[in-house]
Design a protein around this ligand. Structure first.
Ligand SMILES: Nc1nc2c(c(=O)[nH]1)N[C@H]1C(S)=C(S)[C@@H](COP(=O)(O)OP(=O)(O)OC[C@H]3O[C@@H](n4cnc5c(=O)[nH]c(N)nc54)[C@H](O)[C@@H]3O)O[C@H]1N2
Ligand SMILES: Nc1nc2c(c(=O)[nH]1)N[C@H]1C(S)=C(S)[C@@H](COP(=O)(O)OP(=O)(O)OC[C@H]3O[C@@H](n4cnc5c(=O)[nH]c(N)nc54)[C@H](O)[C@@H]3O)O[C@H]1N2
Ligand SMILES: [Mo]
Length: 923
């Protein structure tokens, strides 16, 4: 250990911790030395280039930049000597000469102008620069005004070192140097992903949110207040601050939450004006008697009165509840079902499932997790006794090998991706296993671009190699696992040589990947939908669990299994019991003791039978077995596979109640639509992919008569005969924690105070556990299980009629079914229309030009959209994002289910390409 260093600062004896700079020691002691190029925030390296922070060191001829200079024992440092102050003022004068005058400043509240004011520097002795860089307004969200740039290099570090996007650079030398995007492109045309890290870092307003400037590039409307909250999009759970004026969100800043350290992505930073959309639902709506359900989708979300009539809350709730009660009384509870929301809070999810279980009287309750990580969770519960991640994603800081398989974090968990990229920069080895090229490929030491749908072959070959080459961890296996012999016997047949032709990766490369993973001191595996959304999704996840158990890569620093959770609250919604087989905290509904516990707490009987899952519910509705549904914050008329079938099912229902913020494709089929609050209009707790429970706070008032989701659920519950009396989400949370040991130690007050608490957290003084299962597993035997797997091909393979593999997924700017992001101005401006992504090879062979409209057909349907050339897509594969209603990918997808997870095969089906102007196929 290096010792603390004693030196003198401004006449006082002080101590510096090892590695601390003069600037940091001064700041710790209460003196903030002026600084511009230095950002004292996680991830930012001091650079010492602007000289704004110079201090005097006794005996040294030149002044020192305090942000990089480290003290030596006995050193005598003065932060505010005349010489230092004079030099700093001169620096500011020099910089000021090149700036627009303060009354012309883009951001008069920027760090630069605040420091200039604090130092009383109002004008400059130096000549103004003759040529001023022109403004660049080519990006819809980020205003570039390099006339205010001081070349401090912070944006370059933000882009290259913090978010590792490598777009911004400094071109030219000395006085000539300037900030450039890629090769000097306008920002809007560059490869910028608009994470806004540079904007947040810029100390002068040279890079700013366009929303804070008027057309002349001068300050526009300014925020009146700030509200600390969370991002409503993905499972990373970034903490942020909404800047509000006149009940509108003007801009967003990242906060230093555990999962994001001030970082955000384009959606988190610029994707909020969906809440102000003119298409928000503002009044309860009841279906008109002359609006046939088959023609539901003709409704215009901006003008619903062709199909619906406005109603009072009293009438709408009455009609909504009466319809459900009637079906419960006549056909029986099992003719009812509910889809809750992973976009809602923990409290909303808890109340929703409680209503369905005790008010409807059925366990037919599910949500989008079924289309998402259901198979991963099934494998995890079976293998290690718990469905959540074993370590937070940032634990990869301590890994020396990282596997990312079937996930595209740079697109879908962009802030988590920055931590992975940081780890690689620090020296970790990254292995990407994905049939597509992607943002992380560039950072990877090994990219196994294998044949989609053959994960079990590939992973079993790795398992085989680890066992055959003696690379496993026998002590770990003996102490913490069971059924190793069964696994060993099964994979004996899966040599890399045998698997290579199946998965398309040479045996030697499979061995290399296995050796890299197995010889790591600590390794993490991240996975996503490429693993889970298959009819063999549970098997895929079983293989990943086996890899980790074989090598002891669970429960220690830098090691773990991390299925990247998708929705902002899909972890919490599942924990809260929004699933057909489990009551809160994953306790089985078919366990008598468990039911007795909840029946006592809720004062109502609970059906002992497991309920149906999402796709099964839609099937049952199609058959007429399910007659009534309550859907909150979920859009199955876009997100479920085989839309023709799903939309028929929705149209067949006798009674559909939809609780939404927009008139979605699903709401179009409703009998009653209940207008709800958006994320920004409510308080609630949300659980991210790291098991961190965090608080989202209301930032603005809801539009029109839109009401809180929890309030609506309670009003329906009361009308279905339940005597609920929650007055605030915190009442529901309090009840939850009494019933859920995993969060028992987390009170609402604690959440308010600490901002984020990780579960398991069983007592008020329990700090919460980030890396779990170091000393065994929550299974009956205390051991984890190896579950051997066999190769099962995808349900529908390409053939002569349908020669392509169709795979579906996401793009950075859009969220799922587009309900929110297609109404977010900036996001929709960046990606306004649907594309089918094809490899250059396939485009060439088919003679299709980029931008040409094509038709993609599968056995279930066809859609028309433009072709986009995408070098990341393998030959023989088509990739279509599922966010565009005008070319909804789920008309094409296969609803075949994984037998354990009940997840549909959204990542694989057979398709063909057709020219839109001919009947004949294009290939
Ligand atoms: N921008 C944006 N971000 C999102 C979302 C969004 O809609 N938009 N949704 C959120 C949600 S709910 C989720 S679940 C996550 C999903 O995040 P991801 O899991 O990253 O999701 P996908 O884009 O569906 O694709 C995953 C990857 O699987 C690969 N893949 C396809 N087939 C196979 C295969 O057979 N084997 C393997 N190993 N890989 C395969 C694809 O090439 C793709 O790179 O994203 C979350 N974040
Ligand atoms: N082809 C294909 N299909 C897929 C996938 C795929 O990869 N390919 N991925 C699947 C996956 S992983 C997932 S998670 C699902 C997601 O499927 P869904 O959950 O159906 O998709 P979202 O668009 O996120 O739907 C959320 C809805 O909630 C509404 N909403 C937002 N905030 C609130 C709120 O505060 N209150 C209320 N009441 N409503 C709100 C939004 O307007 C939106 O309509 O899609 C699945 N479908
Ligand atoms: Mo998801």
């Amino acid at each position: 250990m290096t010792e603390a260093i004693r030196f003198t600062l401004d006449g006082r004896e002080v101590e510096a911790a090892p590695g601390e700079t003069l600037w940091q020691v001064a700041r710790r002691g209460g003196t903030t030395v002026p600084h511009l190029c230095h950002k004292p925030a996680p991830g930012y390296r001091p650079d010492g280039n602007c000289r704004a922070c110079m201090v005097e060191i006794e005996g040294e001829r030149t002044l020192a930049a305090s942000c990089i200079r480290k003290p030596a024992p006995g050193m005598k440092v003065t932060t505010a000597s005349d010489r230092a102050r004079h030099a700093r003022r001169t620096i500011f004068e020099l910089l000021l000469a090149d700036q627009p005058a303060r009354d012309q400043a883009h951001d008069p509240a920027s760090a630069f102008w605040r420091w200039a004011e604090a130092m009383d520097v109002a004008d400059s002795r130096f000549p103004k620069r003759a040529a001023r860089p022109k403004p660049d307004s080519s990006h819809p969200a980020i205003a570039v005004n390099l006339d205010a740039c001081i070349q401090c290099n912070l944006c370059v570090r933000a882009c290259r070192e913090v978010q590792v996007n490598d777009v911004i650079g400094l071109a030219g030398r000395g006085h000539e140097s300037e900030i450039v995007f890629d090769f000097g492109d306008p920002m809007g045309d560059s490869t910028c992903v608009a994470c806004g890290e540079c904007v947040q870092a810029c100390p002068t307003g040279a890079l700013m949110p366009a929303s804070l400037l008027n057309e002349a590039g001068l300050p526009g409307k300014q925020p009146e207040r700030e509200v600390d909250s969370l991002c409503p999009y993905c499972g990373v759970g970034c903490q942020l601050t909404f800047q509000v004026s006149d009940n509108r969100i003007l801009a967003v800043k990242g906060r230093d939450g555990p999962a994001n350290h001030n970082r955000l992505c384009v959606k988190g930073r610029y994707g909020f004006d969906y809440v102000h959309s003119k298409e928000r639902l503002t009044k309860p709506l009841i279906r008109r008697t002359d609006a046939p359900k088959e023609r539901s989708l003709e409704v215009d979300p901006a003008n619903p009165l062709t199909h619906f009539r406005e109603a009072s809350w009293e009438d709408a709730l009455e009609v909504a509840a009466a319809g459900l009660a009637r079906i419960r009384e006549t056909t029986g509870p099992d003719a009812l079902a509910g889809f809750g929301s992973a976009k809602g809070s923990n409290e909303e999810a808890y109340l929703f499932q409680k209503l369905v279980r005790t008010g409807f009287g059925t366990n037919n309750i599910d949500h989008c997790t079924r289309l998402c990580h259901a198979s991963s969770v099934a494998a995890l519960i079976e293998g290690i006794g718990s469905g959540a991640v074993t370590a937070p994603f940032y634990e990869c800081e301590n890994s020396d090998v990282i596997i990312v398989i079937g996930a595209t974090p740079t697109v879908n968990h962009p802030v988590a991706a920055t931590f992975i990229k940081n780890a690689v920069k620090r020296g970790a080895t990254l292995i990407v296993i994905d049939p597509r090229g992607q943002g992380l490929t560039r950072h990877a030491h090994l990219h196994l671009q294998f044949r989609g749908g053959t994960d079990v072959a590939l992973l079993n070959a790795m398992i085989h190699t680890i066992i055959a080459e003696g690379l496993s961890d026998p002590d770990y296996i003996a102490r913490f696992t069971q059924d190793f012999d069964a696994l060993k016997a099964r994979v004996a047949d899966y040599s890399p040589e045998k698997m290579a032709p199946l998965c398309g990766i040479p045996a030697e490369v499979l061995r290399r990947a296995a050796r890299l993973y197995a010889s790591a001191k600590a390794a993490m595996i991240f996975w996503g939908m490429g693993i889970s959304q298959h009819t063999h999704g549970t098997d895929n996840a079983r293989c990943l669990i086996a890899l980790a158990l074989l090598t002891g890569n669970i429960g220690k620093p830098g090691a773990g299994l991390h299925p990247l959770r998708g929705q902002n609250n899909v972890q919490g919604a599942s924990d809260a019991g929004l699933i057909p087989m489990f009551l809160p905290d994953y306790r089985s509904v078919d366990d008598n003791a468990v039911r007795a516990l909840f029946e006592a707490a809720w004062g109502r009987p609970i059906d002992p039978q497991k309920g149906l899952t999402v796709v099964e519910i839609m099937d049952a509705a199609h058959r007429g077995a399910i007659r009534g549904m309550y859907i909150m914050g979920e859009n199955p008329a876009m997100s479920d596979p085989d839309q023709t079938h799903v939309r028929q099912a929705l149209a067949t229902l006798d009674h559909l109640v939809v609780q939404e913020i927009f008139l979605t494709e699903t709401a179009a089929f409703a009998d009653v639509i209940l207008p709800a609050t958006s994320f920004l209009e409510k308080d609630g707790s949300f659980t991210n992919t790291n098991r961190q429970v965090q608080i989202g706070r209301q930032a603005i008032e809801p539009p029109g008569e839109a009401r809180q989701d929890w309030w609506i659920i309670q009003e329906l519950a009361r009308r279905l005969g339940l005597d609920w009396a929650y007055a605030h989400p915190r009442d529901a949370f309090e009840e939850m924690r009494q019933l859920m040991p995993s969060i028992r130690g987390i009170s609402w007050q604690r959440l308010e105070r600490e901002g984020s608490v990780t579960y398991p957290c069983e007592a008020a003084d329990d700090p919460g556990q980030e890396v779990i299962f170091g000393d065994g597993f929550p299974t009956a035997s205390g051991r984890a299980r190896f579950v051997p797997t066999d190769i099962r091909p995808p349900d529908e393979l390409p053939d002569g009629d349908y020669p392509f593999i169709l795979t579906t997924g996401r793009i950075l700017e859009h969220w799922h079914t587009g309900a929110m992001t297609r109404r977010a101005t900036v996001l929709d401006a960046i990606e306004p229309e649907p594309f089918c992504h094809l490899s250059p090879d396939d485009m060439g062979k088919a003679g299709i030009l980029p931008g040409e409209t094509i038709r993609v057909r599968t056995r279930r349907g066809a859609i028309e959209l433009k072709a986009r050339l995408d070098r990341d897509v393998s030959s023989g594969t088509l990739f279509i994002p599922f966010c565009y209603a005008e070319a909804a990918a789920n008309f094409l997808t296969n609803p075949a289910l994984d037998p354990d997870g009940k997840i549909p095969e959204l990542k694989f089906c057979a398709a063909r390409l057709e020219r839109t102007n001919e009947a004949a196929p294009a290939t």
